[in-house]
Ligand binder design. Structure first.
Ligand code: SAM
Length: 331
């Protein structure tokens, strides 16, 4: 049977990563970054590998013409290879954001920012970039997105910047703790699959209103505060949040902070079947940073997103959302 293009591209990533993994005695994800670099540079950039391995790799690379692929097909093939490498080695909190979520957030960005032609967008926990790329690859034709990504994990960020090169997406990356000062001007849109857990740097946490008085602060709360600070007045923020975000003992403080700085626009619960367990299930929280003269929506859009396979329920939900936009986001 003839291979589908994405499978063929995945096989290229996968087989060449395995060859490099063995030759360089590194992890699969490190080898995937190396092969991604070779494919983008159209040359083998590891001087230490043997001539035989070099020949094997060159033969495989010559079988694929990257420009023949759509950016989002490249993202998907690369995503499958990253998923394979993450299976054993990456902690749950650093997992890649699934593309169905990326596509849904992309739809929401389109709806919330449809009065702006060009926008700047920042993902302060960009990881492999899968979420950001799903958005960039699906943006409306003719719309420009000036994109920034920050992550503290150098391997994930490297996979991210190689992914951006392969997909011909221009993204400025910063390898740093996103809760430290950022050298990025405030943006129109923030997207973030929040890293959930404790933030270990107590000295830096002390700079945030959402620090905990006792013990380590919640990284996800500090990320929300940092993101709001880095958004233009009137700009939008799209967070993937744990479903119990507003139930912890720190939640009242978070509520208070949000009341002062932003308007909650929407809370959309994702289908629990998308996640490994009910406890790991997430929602999308949409905020708008306050601006003089700006009014909150008449009502917050609250909805449970059905399983994508349930077309009827999905159509009903999209209709409900369209009505909400009609009534709350005129002009
Ligand atoms: N959206 C990403 C993707 O599609 O690959 C996945 C994001 S993952 C759920 C959370 C990310 O937060 C991880 O990549 C992790 O390295 C990053 N992270 C955790 N703490 C951080 C910090 N203090 N500063 C910057 N990044 C951080």
């Amino acid at each position: 049977m003839k291979k589908m293009p994405i499978e063929k591209l995945f096989s290229l990533f996968n087989e060449t990563a395995e060859i490099l993994q063995e030759e360089l005695q590194c992890t699969y994800l490190e080898a995937l970054a190396e092969t991604g670099e070779n494919i983008f540079q159209q040359q083998i950039v590891q001087p230490e590998i043997s001539e035989i391995t070099k020949k094997r790799l060159e033969k495989k690379y010559s079988e694929i013409q990257l420009p023949a692929y759509k950016s989002d097909d490249i993202r998907r093939a690369y995503q499958f290879a990253i998923l394979k490498g993450m299976k054993d080695s990456v902690q749950a909190n650093h997992q890649m954001t699934p593309d169905t979520i990326g596509y849904f957030i992309s739809y929401l960005i389109g709806k919330f920012t449809n009065d702006q032609k060009d926008i700047s967008i920042l993902d302060p926990a960009v990881g492999t970039g899968n979420l950001l790329f799903a958005i960039l690859n699906k943006k409306e034709q003719g719309r420009r997105m000036e994109a920034y990504g920050v992550d503290v994990d150098d391997l994930l960020l490297r996979l991210g910047y190689i992914g951006a090169n392969l997909q011909m997406q221009s993204v400025e990356f910063f390898n740093q703790d996103a809760l430290k000062p950022l050298f990025i001007d405030p943006v129109d849109v923030i997207v973030c699959d929040l890293p959930v857990g404790y933030y270990p740097d107590a000295a830096n946490a002390a700079n945030f209103s959402l620090k905990r008085e006792q013990g380590h602060s919640y990284a996800h709360h500090l990320f929300i505060e940092q993101s709001i600070k880095h958004t233009k007045p009137g700009g939008y923020l799209f967070f993937l949040i744990p479903n119990d975000l507003f139930e912890s003992e720190e939640a009242p403080k978070l509520h208070e902070y949000l009341k002062e700085t932003a308007y909650i626009q929407a809370v959309l619960q994702l289908p629990p079947s998308m996640f490994a367990s009910g406890q790991a299930a997430k929602s999308i929280l949409v905020l708008q940073k306050k601006k003089t003269g700006l009014k909150p929506p008449g009502e917050v859009l609250l909805a449970a997103i059905p399983k994508l396979s349930n077309k009827e329920a999905m159509d009903r939900m999209l209709m409900k959302m369209e009505n909400w936009f009609e009534e709350n986001k005129k002009g």
